[in-house]
Design a protein around this ligand. Sequence first.
Ligand code: MYA
Ligand code: JJ1
Length: 388
Amino acid sequence: KHKFWETQPVGQFKELGDTNLPEGSIEQPTPLSEVKQEPYNLPSPYEWITCDIDSEEVCTEVYNLLTNNYVEDDENMFRFNYTKEFLRWALRPPGYFRSWHIGVRVKSSKKLVAFITGVPARIRVRDTVVLMAEVNFLCVHKKLRSKRLAPVMIKEVTRRVHLENIWQAAYTAGVVLPTPITTCQYWHRSLNPKKLIDVGFSRLGARMTMSRTIKLYKLPDQTTTPGFRKMEPHDVPAVTRLLRTYLQQFVVAPDFDVDDVEHWLLPKEDVVDSFLVESPDSHEITDFCSFYTLPSSILGSQSHSVLKAAYSYYNVSTKTPLLQLMNDALIVAKKKEFDVFNALDVMHNEAFLKELKFGPGDGKLHYYLYNYRLKHVLRSSELGLVLL
Ligand code: MYA
Ligand code: JJ1
């Protein structure tokens, strides 16, 4: 059934429930001299390139490939529309490798037709911090689908990761592959219900009018938590301490240091927003919330072309109730003119989703590890990792 994935060091369906298999690496590292030194063969019309994402021209080509060919919902009504600034942020974290930004071009025309990326990350699994690649943005042009290009791209990124002496990876997908470490549900909180209904993202509920719906989702103009403010550069050490302590409780979570927090959580306009609560009396940083900006193209609407979505990222509550903190996050997202606020049921998110009027979406997100076996499938609330 999975001719490619059956050959890879990932948990297999037939192993599920076999508690004799140990947790940890599935295959051991080989000496770097034994890693294949030359790229995998592509069908002859195509060639590998390493994408220089710093180059405006290359970044535009990647952006155009993804804008026209990346992930869609199951009814093909919306397509992720990552911005160039977002891609640069996602692909250049501390210690990134340019060689992990991989493109495929048509030799004759030089047209970019496929893409896959990795970025390095320290991921803790139970008590062990593992250096991994986070693999994302796998995309094959619509006209080249089902030609088995994806397995070659995955093998090539694996080879280039191995050349850096890294032997594990983390990734997510909307499709079921062998085998998820957990499966998360997407939830959606309407901020601009009229537009969402107009473009088919949501529907008027039973016995609901447009004006009742607008009233239902109304939010105050101002946040309510005293000391709630945007994160600033001088907050990086305090936020790192807060987040590290918080993430300890999850089975799988990133091991963020100050450089990671500076990169991934310091606000970047139209890319990532972060807020914290500074206690008015003690000036302690007690709570934190963040979301990233990922618009979607609206594929068949006369009235609108882009859906502006915020995605819940990392949130920490120690003093402010999580419900109140996330209500403030909704208020700032609404003010910034997001149409919808999305979240997965990871970490403690279940504690606010229903009460803050999020509804379950029709999408699921499966999380995977490459060359690392877990004995049991996790509950989504045991996951402390959000991938972009
Ligand atoms: S998830 C986002 C993926 N992108 C999209 O959904 C965009 C729209 N779709 C496409 O561009 C294509 O449909 C793609 C497949 C490129 C997805 N992850 O070439 P094919 C398997 C992994 O004939 P195509 C993200 O970016 C499929 O099961 N495998 O198919 C994370 C089959 O294998 P098998 C996938 O449709 C990516 C084979 O590919 C996925 O033309 C993480 C068919 O190949 C998928 N999302 O192209 C990648 N979809 O026969 C893994 C299909 O066995 C990283 N397939 O079932 C692993 C870690 C590597 C590093 C390790 C380091 C140590
Ligand atoms: O956005 C998603 N679904 C929306 C739109 C559905 C359009 C028809 N298919 C949705 N809307 C309902 C919202 C409603 C608001 C009021 C309260 C009740 C709910 O459900 C879904 C997620 O739910 N998104 C996708 O399907 C996109 C792909 C998801 C898989 C992503 C793979 C990621 C790649 C990894 O790098």
